[in-house]
Structure formats: structure tokens, C-alpha cells
Design a protein around this ligand. Structure first.
Ligand code: ADQ
Length: 465
């Protein structure tokens, strides 16, 4: 049977699997766990004397293969280009983009070196699945080593509108490297269409109704595969943990107040400052909620070496101080701000204890937290999801209270509405969303993507035959 090789920027070591903050890590582990295979990528270690020799660790049915990065490569590839250029671009944050030639060269160099490290381990019938914006040129680099296997690519972030993508210096180099993949997956129709428009307008390629595209002398397929979660497992966690020590402590600390929860990596795309503004607006415009609600924002630090993330940290710390300073009572703090990761079990219990799940990214490929919040609810007394209309998840979770994340008043009004919502309406909305997250799970996502990838293989064989 052919092996699945998953390639992603970071590979969490088996010992780090308990606590994971990051949608890709969560999804990849859940996908590999079930069927086994190889997970290849960066170890997360940077060393001045790093070599490209891969380290191999077997754990259960998964083989983890990792390489370390030299400090300079980490800086150019990861900090400067992937997270300093592509991440803000793909989240429509044009003002935050920094482009440097050294960053771009480093990005191409690391992709080439990583492909060189993996290529000798690939068997002829392996299927390779590359993930996310860090590794767009990876497939192209593998092809240079004569790898003719099926290679798929999934973009976890949005793909930006053509007018923004055009602002990226040397964008055609990236666009052409997409064409090395047999199949490219996007989270939403919007991203797929933006990619197709870029192919046509910026690289003079051709796109067809069935998702096929031609770019230069290569052709591939592009389609939409919205990512899901392991819904059943998450719901089970939530039931199991409803009376756990952590959940009990949290509930006791609320003294009967309603809990509003936000859980995100600390990232400017997640709209956390706007969310804090919304809490301010809620307590100002709806004073009846003072001393009646507590907002818990869990936001573990991420990408702390990138300047914009340091700036955001400072901004949030100041905002928390200002809101608590203004509204807190001697026996009540409106905003609890916690910068650490929790196990999935603990998170599930916290989501279930929350009357409102507040998920308001400015832009997000999908947003798994929204789906986890739904999966964790008690069917007899479910909470209300307040969701940004600019998260990919909004395409599926239409029964959430959809808001404009830039509009603090809109968010505040949705929270107010959620806090007053009848049990009947909460149950009706929750059931609608739960049906969706139960039907489209991380397993159906993975199976749909791989089935399409295999299909392109048959088409290739048929074309050659
Ligand atoms: P992320 O931007 O990381 O993912 P998201 O989809 O919300 O965003 O996933 C975050 C994951 O990390 C969730 O599973 C969440 O439970 C977990 N997490 C967050 N904070 C945590 C904490 N304090 N402790 C433990 N776990 C925590 C990227 C894209 C998204 C896309 C995913 C998957 O940006 O748009 O949905 O990949 O494709």
C-alpha cells in the first residue's frame, strides 16, 4: 500500500503532541494518527551548525522525519518571508508586509534544501501532501530531483485577491511553482477563485470549470476542501471533562456569571484588539452586563521573534489593563487574559462552560476554534457562537451570529443578543451547526483531498496511455 508523506513547516515531536496551539498541527496529527505515514518538516530547532541531515523518530504508526535550521535560514525563510511577507499578504494586511530580497532568497533556499533532504526517502508509490504557505515551492523543488509521484498542496490560509497578490514582488515565481502540484486545495470558493484569477491575469495561464488549470507547460487541478475537526472525539472530550478539576475551578471562579471565551494564537489576524474593544462597548452600552459576565481570552504567544507580534502583545497588555481598570470591581474582573496553551481536554471543558464563543478574526482560512466550540456544547443547554464573517468557517456555520470583526459595536450587540437568547433558539442554531461539523470532519476532509489526488493520478496515467 502506498505511504502518505505529509510535509509541513513544523513537525511537532511525538512528546509535544499533548498540547498543541495551531490549527495545522492539530489537523495533521489527527489525520496521520488514524492511518499512519511519514511527517516531514522542520524540527523547530535552530542551530548555527545545523546540517540538513534528517532525524528519524518512529512513534506508533507515524514516522517523524525532521531537519534543523541554521539561524540565518530561520531568519530569512521563517521570520522574514513566510511570516513577514506571505502571512500578512494572505490575510489582506498590506500595511504589515515587509519584503526583502534576502528573505525571498532564503525562502527558496530552505525549500530547495528541505526537498533535497526528503527526496532520497521517497518510494515510487508514495503520495506526498505538502502543507501551507511556508512551502509553496517545495513541490517544484522535488520535481527537480526527478520525483514524479503524485504531489498535492493544501493552503490553510486564504489566498489573497489578485489585486493584492500582484503587490508581491516576484509573484509570478510563486505562481509558477504552484503548477508543480497535481492538486491544490483551498479552504473556500473565494480563495479558489482568487487563485484562478491570479493564474489567468498575472501568469497568462488558463483555468477550466472542472478546476483544471494550465500554467506554462504544466497542468494541475485546484479545488475547495474545507477543513474540519475530529468532531466526535472533541465532543467526547467535552462530555468527559465537564466535571473535571479545571472546569470545576473555572465555573466556581465565575460565581454564577456567564462566561464568554476567546481562544486564539496571539496573532494580528485573529482580531483580538477589536474583540477587546467590543467588550468595552458591551460594558458601556449594555451596563446590565457589568458584574454579570466574564470574558476569558486564552492567547498563547506565537511567532514572538516577529516584530509585529511583539507590538501586538504590548497593545493587548495595555488594553487589558485599561478595560479592567475602568470596569473592574473589588470582587469582579471583566477580562481574564491568559497567555498559555492548554491540553485539548481542558480546552473542551472550557468551551462547554462558556455561554458565548467569541471568534472574530479579521481574516482566517477556516478557524478550527469555531468548530471546536460547537462540538463541545451541551445539547441540552448549548452556548452561542459569535463568528466573524471573514473566517472561512462562516461559509459553513451560517447559524452562528455572524459579525463584522472590524465593528466593535456589531460584535458587542451580537454578544448581548447571545446572552439573552432563548434556549429554543440556542438549540436550533447549535443543532444546525453541529450537523455541519459532524458531516465535514478532519477525516472527510483528508479523504476527499486524497481521493481527488489519486484521481489526478489516474488521469495522468490515462493521458500517458
Ligand atoms: P491557526 O491560525 O492556528 O490555523 P485555528 O484554525 O483557529 O487557527 O486553529 C488553532 C488551533 O490551535 C485550534 O485547534 C485550537 O484549539 C488550538 N489552540 C489555540 N489556542 C490554544 C491554547 N491556548 N491551547 C491549546 N490549543 C490552542 C491555520 C489557519 C486557520 C485554519 C487552520 C487549519 O490560520 O485558518 O483553520 O490552520 O487549516
Amino acid at each position: 500500500m502506498s505511504r502518505l508523506i505529509i510535509v509541513s513547516n513544523r513537525v511537532a515531536s511525538p512528546s509535544q503532541q499533548g498540547v498543541r496551539a495551531g490549527g495545522l498541527a492539530v489537523a495533521m496529527h489527527e489525520a496521520l494518527d488514524r492511518y499512519g505515514g511519514v511527517w516531514f518538516g522542520w524540527s523547530g530547532e535552530t542551530k548555527d551548525d545545523a546540517t540538513w541531515n534528517p532525524r528519524v523518530v518512529e512513534a506508533g504508526n507515524v514516522t517523524y522525519v525532521t531537519v534543523d535550521l541554521k539561524t540565518e535560514d530561520y531568519q530569512d525563510y521563517y521570520i522574514n518571508y513566510a511570516n513577514g511577507t506571505l502571512w500578512p499578504l494572505f490575510h489582506n494586511q498590506l500595511g504589515l508586509i515587509k519584503f526583502s530580497r534576502a528573505g525571498f532568497d532564503g525562502y527558496l533556499r530552505v525549500n530547495a534544501k528541505m526537498a533535497e533532504a526528503l527526496a532520497p526517502m521517497i518510494r515510487p508509490d508514495d503520495v506526498i501532501w505538502v502543507h501551507d504557505y511556508h512551502l509553496i515551492p517545495f513541490g517544484d523543488e522535488l520535481r527537480k530531483h526527478g520525483i514524479n509521484n503524485q504531489i498535492g498542496f493544501f493552503l490553510h490560509t486564504p489566498f489573497p485577491p489578485r489585486q493584492l497578490f500582484e503587490a508581491l514582488p516576484r509573484h509570478t515565481v510563486l505562481l509558477h511553482s504552484f503548477a508543480a502540484y497535481d492538486l491544490i486545495g483551498f479552504q473556500t470558493d473565494e480563495s479558489l477563485h482568487a487563485f484562478q484569477e491570479s493564474v489567468i491575469e498575472l501568469a497568462h495561464g488558463r483555468c477550466y470549470g472542472d478546476g483544471a488549470f494550465i500554467l506554462g507547460d504544466r497542468h494541475g487541478h485546484a479545488a475547495v476542501f474545507p477543513i474540519g475537526i475530529d468532531t466526535e472525539r472533541f465532543a467526547k472530550y467535552a462530555r468527559r471533562t465537564a466535571r473535571s478539576r479545571h472546569t470545576t475551578r473555572l465555573k466556581e471562579s465565575l460565581s454564577g456569571r456567564a462566561l464568554i471565551i476567546g481562544v486564539d494564537r496571539l496573532d494580528y489576524s485573529k482580531g483580538i484588539p477589536n474583540r477587546f474593544d467590543a467588550i468595552h462597548a458591551l460594558l458601556t452600552d449594555h451596563p446590565e452586563h457589568r458584574n454579570q459576565v466574564s470574558f476569558l481570552q486564552i492567547a498563547p504567544h506565537s511567532r514572538s521573534d516577529v516584530t509585529e507580534y511583539k507590538v501586538l502583545r504590548k497593545e493587548l497588555e495595555a488594553a487589558v489593563g485599561a478595560i479592567n481598570g475602568k470596569f473592574a470591581e473589588y470582587d469582579w474582573t471583566p477580562l481574564r487574559y491568559v497567555n498559555r496553551a492548554f491540553s485539548r481536554l481542558v480546552l473542551a471543558g472550557f468551551y462547554r462552560a462558556a455561554r458565548i464563543g467569541l471568534v472574530t478574526p479579521l481574516r482566517d482560512g477556516m478557524n478550527l476554534v469555531a468548530k471546536e466550540y460547537v462540538a463541545a456544547q451541551d445539547p441540552d443547554d448549548p452556548g452561542v457562537l459569535v463568528l466573524s464573517r471573514f473566517a472561512g468557517a462562516a461559509n459553513e456555520l451560517k447559524a452562528a451570529l455572524l459579525v463584522n470583526p472590524y465593528d466593535a459595536d456589531d460584535i458587542a450587540n451580537a454578544i448581548h443578543r447571545g446572552l439573552r437568547m432563548s434556549l429554543d433558539e440556542r438549540q436550533m442554531r447549535w443543532k444546525h451547526m453541529m450537523d455541519v461539523v459532524s458531516a465535514n470532519t478532519v477525516t472527510t476532509w483528508r479523504e476527499a483531498f486524497l481521493a481527488s489526488l489519486y484521481e489526478t493520478q489516474f488521469e495522468k496515467v490515462a493521458a500517458v496511455g
